[in-house]
Design a protein around this ligand. Structure first.
Ligand code: PMP
Length: 422
């Protein structure tokens, strides 16, 4: 595309894999929605820091001091990347699932939660200890806002939370986050954005989106596994019991008069970060934020849209392919496309792409079973973990069975090498 930047170099772009037909090819990783390869730049930054890392916040030694500085600097980098406002907190977690469970645990007593059935299980399920209203799948961004408005309209006074995903991990479609946040606020509710899929593709700013919290995962944002973020308003986080009890979260602990212990917890992000934090993970996540910011989302989005248009045009040429979409033609979409191939078992199709072409995609129900049911208009196959096939493709139990009801997903992003594209 005119003016588009090139791909950001990623690890593993030169991995060669054998094909069943003989020979070998360069592996094309097209499952970025599950986990994106780390940027070379992130890996280099981590390698440069690795010899110096130490445990943070406690040691007086030089390396501990340096690590504390880099850990807190990473927090500031992430805060800037996510457009945090004055007073917002950035809590380092393990990933999006962890972040949303943390927020769920921190909700005030009696909070009513509103969530669309279309959510990934990580944003659908953590709220079950609360009073949850599940909203039917909307068929347009406008319908999403209208559905939320009418659900909130009749809701009683008291704390309310809306949880919404910014870009679907199944259809790649972008949700109207700011409009939903405004609707939530009009009715005295707050909104948490699951940006696991949005943040690797588009700029995410709490201030601009007017969201109260955002959750994301480093491993989908071109950093390695193990670190994620929950960022946003401090008040509910500071009032809540710590997510984990332990060192780091506690400012002062003493034996109490009744023979027990009394604890004074931190009121900073450390309150929810008990235990020795994942300093390298946080540093890597911040390095990815820096790399994406420096590359500039304008160029990254333009290139991704060009790849998306090519993929969609290619799929449109195959009559048996049905692309899954909630919002229909013309919806704003990131580089995530799911489809069914009529007459094909999707796990066999995905296995064939890998074995015959060296292309790695995902098949199944993508940890979004209610959404898949709505999109497919029928039940999916009996799913294993998040819809992975229970029988290995080609195994006797799956050979000769009826075509699967699951789907195939192709996903990519700023780091997709040009040579993987054709
Ligand atoms: N939300 C969405 C939209 C996702 O796609 C995913 C991961 N597939 C998650 C949440 C959960 O992320 P993690 O597994 O990193 O906790």
């Amino acid at each position: 595309a005119e003016g588009a930047g090139g791909p950001l170099p990623v690890l593993g772009r030169d991995v060669r894999v054998p094909l069943v037909t003989g020979g070998e090819v360069t592996y094309a990783a097209l499952d970025y929605a599950a986990s994106a390869p780390a940027l070379q730049r992130v890996w280099d930054d981590v390698a440069a820091y690795a010899p110096y890392y130490g445990s943070v916040h406690r040691g007086a030694g030089h390396l501990s001091q340096l690590s504390t500085e880099l850990f807190e600097d990473s927090r500031r980098t992430v805060a800037e990347f996510l457009g945090c406002r004055e007073g917002d907190q950035v809590v380092f977690t393990r990933a999006t699932t962890d972040s949303l469970n943390l927020l769920s645990a921190a909700l005030p007593q009696g909070t009513k939660v509103f969530v669309f059935e279309t959510e990934h299980h990580a944003s659908l399920l953590p709220w079950r200890a609360h009073d949850v209203t599940y909203l039917d799948a909307p068929r347009s961004p406008e319908a999403a806002v209208a559905t939320l408005e009418s659900a909130l309209h009749g809701a009683p006074a008291g704390p309310k939370l809306v949880c919404v995903t910014g870009a679907s991990n199944v259809t790649g479609e972008v949700w109207p986050v700011r409009e939903l946040a405004r609707a939530a606020h009009r009715h005295g509710a707050r909104l948490v954005l699951d940006a696991a899929q949005l943040a690797p593709h588009r700029p995410v700013s709490l201030a601009e989106l007017e969201a109260d919290w955002v959750a994301l995962s480093g491993h989908k944002l071109y950093a390695p596994f193990g670190a994620g973020v929950l960022a946003g308003r401090a008040d509910w986080l500071v009032q809540a019991e710590p997510y984990l009890a332990g060192g780091g979260a506690s400012r002062r602990v003493a034996r109490s008069a009744d023979g027990g212990v009394e604890v004074e917890w931190h009121t900073t992000a450390a309150r929810h970060e008990a235990g020795s934090p994942n300093v390298i993970g946080a540093y890597a996540l911040a390095a990815a934020c820096r790399a994406l910011t420096e590359a500039g989302f304008d160029g990254l989005v333009a290139r991704e849209e060009e790849l998306l248009a090519r993929l969609r045009a290619g799929l449109a040429d195959v009559p048996q392919v049905r692309v899954l979409s909630l919002f229909g033609e013309g919806a704003d979409q990131v580089g995530v496309v799911s489809f069914v191939v009529e007459g094909w078992n999707s796990s066999h199709f995905a296995a064939a792409l890998s074995a015959e072409y060296g292309i790695g995609v995902r098949d199944g129900l993508f940890c979004a079973h209610p959404l898949l049911r709505t999109l497919l208009g029928r039940e999916g196959d009996a799913p294993g973990e998040c819809g992975a096939p229970e029988a290995a493709p080609g195994s006797p139990s799956s050979a000769g069975e009826a075509p699967t009801l699951n789907a195939v997903r192709v996903s990519f992003g700023a780091g997709t090498p040009d040579e993987h594209v054709d």
